[in-house]
Design a protein around this ligand. Structure first.
Ligand code: C2E
Ligand code: MG
Ligand code: MG
Length: 713
């Protein structure tokens, strides 16, 4: 180390930090101590200091250089500087570089060097000339610092920013308050928002209305709790369009554990979704008709059966096989056959409710699944509808084609609880139906077949019955308990059936309601009752109200108008007419119902609530509706006076009616005891066998003419 000669760095490098200050200090060390002092000082410098002669032979090597390179001073001094180079042909060794150095007096550069261990590292090198007293260059001094970490960091930063810039996925970075700091070009392309649009704003501007607010709340809660979230989310573009995206959101914490950033990476998965949907469609739908196929049908029935078990619902499967399809397909070709199947599918679909399922099993076989039917007989109604809809000929390529159907029906839970079983039963029933050689339907269960046949008989019989005037009205008096006088008459319809005799309304009204015949039936009843009322007034009989029962279906918006016309036609005063409606009608769509009732009340007819106590009346609606009279249902009257509950219910209805200002009548009064008890509670009127059952018109007139009264004592 004797020959070490250190000159201060050139003025160009004079501001280069601690190393140079120390060198200045070294120059200041006086006389004989100078060299030793210099060595000592240099050893304290953190930077590696290497000095060499102008030929590049090392003549000075401090402690830091030892640590940095792994060579001791003894190993390094005297060797040529090149042995430290990682790349032998590097810039800092070229001729040009040396000249430039001589001219400028100093230079700073980044170089690659090799340690004794062979490991290569990056260093920042400040190189300057050392001069003798006369100013002639005598050597070189190099200050080296290991900058590998910085270079690596820069490299990875460059890499990251390349990824950020060139990623196909949108990237969005926010600060801890979720305000957007930066977005990448993919984000701009995907969302339509430029950087200026979004910087400083919240990512909420990408929210789609397809997700409820709590979806996002939950999403952020997960990010905070788990450090990240990923999943499918609808995202909104600047133009308002939504697209499905796959997103992952993460948070970044600083060393202290506080959140400093969030970032989200997301891709547009519209195309993937569409492909998935297409695959789903191909797997579950029939390509010819677009109807669900067998696989989907099974799934849907499985689901429905599970639900039906929970909710105690009834359902039915209708197995449909076209008659005469094969000859058409064979003779006119498959093109015609295909179009025929498409049209059949369309008609079947249009004949049922949206919640019902129409599926194609293949060939000319279809299944209609009714997943919620109030009564099992409804399946027969639907079957008839389907038969009717296919009855009209199909027009294809100028051919008028007729196909018929054989339908087999199984009903759950009655016939079975398994998809497979139920479909097999419907299939078997379909074959039985086919055997008849006619269009038609057959239930799997024999009993259901019997019922269906009877209902059909009643339905078609009633249709003719109304036309042939087989209906008639009986009247049952309503009497005032206080005076004992007849104050009203309830018109009750009967059907004089040609074979079955006089039929009570319960045997045909429900069928009329389901088959749509009720409108014609009710029109007949109203007309007949008004005609009768007029006849009684004309005959000079004392005045009383005539009550007519209405079905839910009669209670339509045009009722008031129709009634107005009828009242005028038959010259009947509105106050003579009373309409009996049931609680069930009121619970449906109460707003329209209130309006309709108000209209009727304004007309001057009275309204009474029949079978009161059997529905789900709430006091609130009793107040809202313009009802005159509550009719205590027969089922409560039957138990009077022995059944405590019935007595309590009757008592409660009466006192409630009194408070709300309604009149109250008890129906089905059969005994003196019932009458006495009801009277003691304050009931105003009674109707029932105790006074009179419903009777034909002549008997009723006789009662009126004789001035018959309730015996009060
Ligand atoms: P509702 O309106 O509650 O009529 C009262 C029913 O109770 C009548 O049966 C009547 O005969 C019966 N009844 C009256 N007093 C007594 C009694 O003391 N004891 C017993 N055991 N029964 C008594 P009906 O005539 O068979 O009518 C049954 C139901 O049919 C009626 O119940 C009503 O809901 C419906 N209905 C009758 N006529 C018509 C109509 O023209 N149109 C509509 N939509 N429904 C009607
Ligand atoms: Mg009634
Ligand atoms: Mg009743």
């Amino acid at each position: 180390m004797d020959d070490i000669g250190v000159a201060p760095p050139s003025p160009a490098l004079a501001d280069a930090g601690q190393a140079r200050e120390l060198c200045e200090a070294a120059r200041a060390v006086p006389g004989g101590c100078r060299l030793a002092g210099q060595v000592k000082i240099l050893d304290q410098i953190h930077e590696s200091v290497i000095t060499m002669d102008l030929g590049g032979y090392i003549n000075g090597w401090n402690k830091s250089a030892e640590t940095l390179f792994g060579y001791s001073a003894a190993e390094a001094v005297g060797r040529h500087i090149l042995f430290l180079y990682a790349d032998p042909e590097s810039d800092d060794d070229s001729e040009g570089f040396r000249d430039a150095l001589l001219e400028a007096g100093g230079r700073e550069l980044e170089v690659r060097r090799r340690r004794k261990s062979g490991e290569i590292f990056w260093a920042s090198l400040q190189l300057s000339l050392t001069r003798d007293e006369s100013g002639e260059p005598v050597g070189l001094v190099g200050y080296l610092t290991d900058i590998t970490a910085r270079i690596e960091a820069e490299k990875s930063m460059r890499l990251q920013s390349r990824i950020f810039e060139h990623s196909e996925e949108s990237i969005l970075i926010t600060d801890a308050d979720r305000r957007i700091l930066s977005v990448n070009p993919a984000f701009n392309r995907m969302t339509g928002y430029s950087e200026e649009d979004v910087i400083g704003r919240l990512p909420g501007l990408l929210r789609s209305a397809r997700h409820p607010l709590h979806f996002y709340e939950e999403l952020w809660r997960r990010v905070e709790r788990d450090g990240g979230w990923h999943g499918e989310v609808w995202t909104r573009r600047k133009n308002g369009e939504d697209f499905p995206s796959w997103a992952s959101i993460s948070l970044v914490r600083n060393r202290e554990g506080q959140i400093c950033n969030y970032f989200s990476i997301f891709t547009d998965i519209t195309a993937r979704k569409a492909a998935e949907e297409r695959i789903h469609y191909l797997a579950y739908y029939d390509s010819l008709t677009g109807l669900p196929n067998r696989a989907l049908l099974y799934k849907l029935i499985d689901q429905a059966l599970a639900e039906a078990r929970r909710n105690r619902q009834h359902g039915a499967l209708l197995f449909i096989d076209l008659n005469r399809f094969k000859p058409i397909n064979d003779s006119l070709g498959h093109g015609v056959g295909d179009r025929l199947l498409q049209q059949v599918a369309e008609r079947l679909r249009n004949a049922v409710r949206t919640e019902d399922v129409v599926a194609r099993l293949g060939g000319d076989e279809f299944v209609v699944a009714l997943f919620d039917i109030a009564r099992r007989d409804h399946a027969a109604m639907v079957a008839r509808k389907l038969i009717a809809t296919l009855d009209t000929p199909f027009l294809i390529d100028g051919h008028e084609l007729r196909v018929g159907v054989a339908i087999g029906i199984s009903v759950y839970p009655r016939d079975g609880r398994q998809t497979e079983t139920l479909l097999r039963m419907a299939d078997i029933a379909m074959y039985r139906s086919k055997e008849t050689g006619q269009d038609g339907y057959t239930f799997y269960s024999r009993e259901m077949n019997q019922r269906a046949i009877e209902r059909l008989r009643i339905e078609s019989g009633l249709r003719h019955g109304i036309e042939r005037n087989e209906l008639l009205l009986h009247y049952q008096p309503k009497v005032d308990i206080a005076t004992g006088r007849i104050v009203g008459a309830e018109a009750l319809v009967r059907w004089q059936h040609p074979d079955l005799g006089l039929m009570p309304p319960d045997a045909f009204i429900p069928i009329a309601e389901e088959s749509g015949l009720i409108a014609r039936l009710s029109a007949w009843v109203l007309e007949a009752a008004l005609e009768q009322t007029h006849a009684w007034s004309a005959a000079g009989l004392p005045e009383f109200k005539v009550a007519v029962n209405l079905s839910a279906r009669d209670f339509s918006p045009d009722l008031a108008a129709r009634l107005t016309v009828l009242l005028r036609t038959h010259a009947v005063a509105p106050h003579r007419v009373e309409l009996e409606i049931t609680e069930g009608m009121l619970t449906h769509s109460s707003k329209d119902v209130i309006a309709m009732m108000d209209e009727l009340a304004a007309l001057g007819v009275s309204l009474s609530l029949d079978d009161f106590g059997t529905g789900y009346s709430s006091l609130a609606y009793l107040k809202r509706f313009p009802i005159d009279t509550l009719k205590i249902d027969r089922s409560f009257v039957t138990g009077i006076p022995q059944d405590g509950d019935d007595c309590a219910i009757a008592g409660a209805i009466i006192s409630m009616a009194q408070r709300l200002g309604h009149r109250v009548i008890a129906e089905g009064v059969e005994t003196r005891a019932q009458l006495e008890f009801l009277r003691s509670l304050g009931c105003q009127e009674i109707q029932g066998h105790y006074f009179s059952p419903p009777v034909p018109v002549p008997s009723f007139e006789a009662m009126l003419k004789s001035g018959r009264r309730l015996r009060l004592h």
